[in-house]
Design a protein around this ligand. Structure first.
Ligand SMILES: C[S@@+](CC[C@H](N)C(=O)[O-])C[C@H]1O[C@@H](n2cnc3c(N)ncnc32)[C@H](O)[C@@H]1O
Length: 290
């Protein structure tokens, strides 16, 4: 079965790390349960982690080996799931009526948002949406508020796909969430998506993660790129924070909120006495059309 291994490993890493209560207690039990079921559902070469990571010894070995190659990668996953869930809660309070998850992979956001009675659209490649849909049905996450769209955004338009869906309402203020998504795209499809979001409704907003690779050491930059390439994927976008912000400004967006890896380090890791580091150069940003 063809799947995105970067997406699958995010689920595995999150599941393994949050088995430790020091990290697990920062997440709702329903989120922990989602990833537990998800890792069990993954193909055999990944689902063996479901049982092996319950052993503290194997968890330690797993963490040590991951940290040796790219220190901070594990905690960036915990932080991004923590802060993105927090930002989604905030957006729900602010009255966003619809959510679109770009490159939803094996993440919990569609289940989380639809369980709150808000419409959510998960978009990803057909080979990711099919197993995800199957999982959602078999694990009891089906909902009238949850919708799926199969798309390769390099070849088709997000705007056309959404407008072709009976459930999507362009009049509703929508938050587009791109967690670990734009890093894999080149400039042109990314620009098309930024334009689509604004054209669908000028009240729409974008919540995205961003890696400024220039803030990593040369060695870790190479490890980062190689790691992604090893699972058959590639990073393409020009990964420099200032250039990304400028590009979005040129396309009519304003950066309205940003959580930097420095803030995550101070506010989340240090405060909770979590000894593992977080990768430099990692940001979560929110943009609004102006
Ligand atoms: C790093 S994973 C992140 C998954 C999930 N958002 C998370 O954070 O757990 C990137 C996801 O983007 C999807 N993706 C990458 N390129 C894409 C494209 N051209 N069209 C649609 N989806 C794409 C991949 O299939 C994968 O599921």
């Amino acid at each position: 079965m063809k799947i995105s291994h970067t997406a699958a490993y995010i689920a595995v890493k999150f599941y393994g790390l949050t088995l430790d209560d020091k990290l697990g207690r920062h997440f709702a039990p329903s989120i922990l349960e989602f990833y537990e079921k998800m890792v069990d559902f993954l193909p055999k070469h990944l689902s063996w982690y479901h049982d092996s990571l319950t052993s503290p010894f194997w968890r330690k070995v797993f963490i040590l080996s991951e940290e040796m190659l790219l220190p901070g990668d594990l905690m960036h996953i915990i932080c991004r799931k923590h802060y993105i869930t927090q930002k989604i809660d905030l957006a729900l309070e602010e009255g966003f009526e619809q959510f679109v998850i770009l490159g939803s992979g094996f993440d919990h956001l569609g289940a989380y948002i639809s369980q709150k009675g808000t419409h959510c659209f998960e978009l990803d490649h057909d080979y990711m949406i099919r197993p995800k849909k199957h999982f959602m049905e078999s694990a009891g996450y089906e909902s009238i508020h949850l919708h799926f769209g199969e798309i390769d955004v390099r070849e088709a338009s997000v705007k056309s796909l959404l407008l072709g869906s009976e459930e999507f309402d362009r009049k509703k203020k929508t938050l587009f969430v791109a967690e670990g998504f734009f890093d894999y795209l080149s400039l042109s499809p990314s620009e098309n998506i930024f334009n689509d979001i604004r054209e669908l409704n000028s009240s729409n907003e974008l919540l995205t993660t961003f890696f400024s690779l220039d803030e990593l050491s040369l060695f870790h930059r190479v490890v980062f790129r190689t790691g992604v390439r090893m699972v058959g994927e590639a990073l393409k976008f020009k990964l420099v924070r200032e250039e990304f912000v400028e590009l979005l400004e040129e396309l009519g967006y304003k950066l309205t909120d940003e959580i930097s890896y420095k803030l995550m380090r101070e506010e989340f890791l240090k405060k909770n006495e979590i000894k593992l580091p977080i990768l430099s150069g990692f940001y979560i940003q929110r943009y609004k059309p102006v």
